[in-house]
Design a protein around this ligand. Structure first.
Ligand SMILES: NC(=O)c1ccc[n+]([C@@H]2O[C@H](COP(=O)([O-])OP(=O)(O)OC[C@H]3O[C@@H](n4cnc5c(N)ncnc54)[C@H](O)[C@@H]3O)[C@@H](O)[C@H]2O)c1
Length: 378
């Protein structure tokens, strides 16, 4: 039996804690939980029978013999807490993002590299989605040929002003490190880089539409891959939004929507173009679909898709599988996110890897502006 601890028992931490306490993860028990908030600890007292409670993660690390911890605190706390546990030989699963800047993400990855015996992962739970897994296998197989363009549009993360008015650390540079890119889109940007790799450069524009917040809730970006471009649009202010990823390759196309992936195969577009002697070319195509799966959808609704990240973490600790995303992979989505912020702020194309000093200067400027507008933020 593995002994786990949770640091940060807010919305996500409660979900993880409930899954562990209700035996939804065989072979793991919740041994300890930590939060700095009295109400959260009160909730723990009532619901997490048998778990020892702490208000300081260092005390928890030094008093408990844990096999693994899940970090579900606000973003800036991820890196210091992760490093503290890694240094003590405890396996760590960090809720996304691994950290809100490339610099901090690298520090966690470097600590993990210094302790190869410790499993350190990021909860990019979308990687467990069978449609994305099949898309990755298909692209990697080369059967669809070279990628010629990609488009990702995600406008189905609606958040009202009331959501932001709950206050706290959300939707701010000071508390969260950014807006919808950092909070919501990070999942899709990780999937994007997982499927089609890292762009060379980014040109982006950000807006705040109809909400009283200091960060963006509307993103338009062009990711340049040298041989092709990918457009990325996202928003959290639109009703009846969509979630659609299209990857167009020389010999086929993948279209992924929330519950269905369609794969279309056709002849090489280059070849069709070469042999077509009249204006409009044509190639017969074949297609098939892959569904998300009703049982998986129901399980997601009840337990949260995040349970699959924790399951992979447990299996990796037991030497029976791989984590969904290792620490060294956590930096990639952050490169894209930090690159989009920099590009929009500077009004120019930004090449990757980003200039970390320039990003740090940008972030401090945004935090200072936020604090002068809302001095209660810290
Ligand atoms: N993987 C996913 O799909 C998913 C979904 C939602 C949230 N998240 C992530 O989970 C994390 C937590 O989000 P949330 O919505 O639960 O936030 P939350 O504000 O509801 O909970 C955070 C908790 O952490 C506690 N905390 C803050 N600093 C602490 C510290 N130093 N030590 C111990 N506890 C501390 C707070 O008191 C609070 O109870 C974030 O990283 C968020 O992005 C991931």
């Amino acid at each position: 039996m593995l002994n786990f601890g949770i640091i940060g028992v807010g919305r996500m931490g409660k979900r993880h804690a409930s899954n562990l306490c209700h035996g939804r993860l065989g072979g793991v028990r919740l041994k300890a939980a930590c939060d700095i908030d009295d109400d959260a600890l009160e909730w723990c007292k009532r619901h997490l029978k048998g778990a020892t409670l702490y208000s300081d993660y260092r005390q928890m690390a030094d008093s408990e013999k844990l096999d693994g911890v899940i970090i579900a605190t606000p973003h800036y706390a991820h890196a210091p807490i992760a490093q503290y546990f890694i240094q003590r030989g405890v396996n760590v699963l960090i809720e996304k993002p691994i950290a809100p800047t490339v610099t901090l993400a690298k520090q966690v990855a470097a600590e993990a590299a210094r302790h190869p015996e410790v499993k350190v992962g990021v909860s990019y739970n979308q990687r467990s989605n069978r449609m994305y897994k099949k898309a990755k296998a298909l692209i990697t197989s080369g059967k669809l040929g070279e990628i010629q363009r990609a488009d990702f549009i995600i406008t189905d993360w609606y958040r009202s002003q009331a959501y932001y008015d709950q206050g706290g650390w959300r939707a701010s540079y000071t508390g969260e490190g950014g807006g919808c890119l950092m909070n919501q889109c990070i999942h899709q940007l990780d999937i994007l880089q997982w499927l089609i790799g890292m762009p060379n450069s980014i040109t982006a524009s950000l807006r705040t539409v109809d909400r009283n917040i200091s960060v963006e809730n509307d993103v338009s970006a062009i990711l340049n891959y040298g041989d092709f471009d990918c457009t990325f649009s996202a928003s959290t202010h639109e009703l009846s939004g969509v979630n659609r990823l299209e990857i167009a390759c020389d010999r086929g196309r993948i279209v992924i929507t929330p519950l269905k992936m369609k794969v279309i195969k056709h002849k090489s577009q280059r070849e069709v173009n070469r042999v077509t002697k009249h204006g409009y070319g044509f190639s017969p195509s074949r297609s098939y679909t892959v569904g998300y799966g009703a049982c998986r959808l129901i399980a997601d609704i009840i337990y949260g898709q995040q349970l699959r990240s924790v399951r992979a973490f447990r299996d990796a600790i037991n030497g029976k599988g791989e984590m969904l995303a290792r620490a060294d992979e956590g930096e990639r989505a952050m490169q894209i996110i930090n690159g989009i912020y920099l590009s929009a702020y500077k009004g120019r194309t930004v090449t990757l890897p980003i200039d970390e000093d320039e990003y740090s200067e940008y972030l401090e400027t945004m935090k200072a502006a936020e604090q002068s507008a809302k001095p209660h933020m810290q």
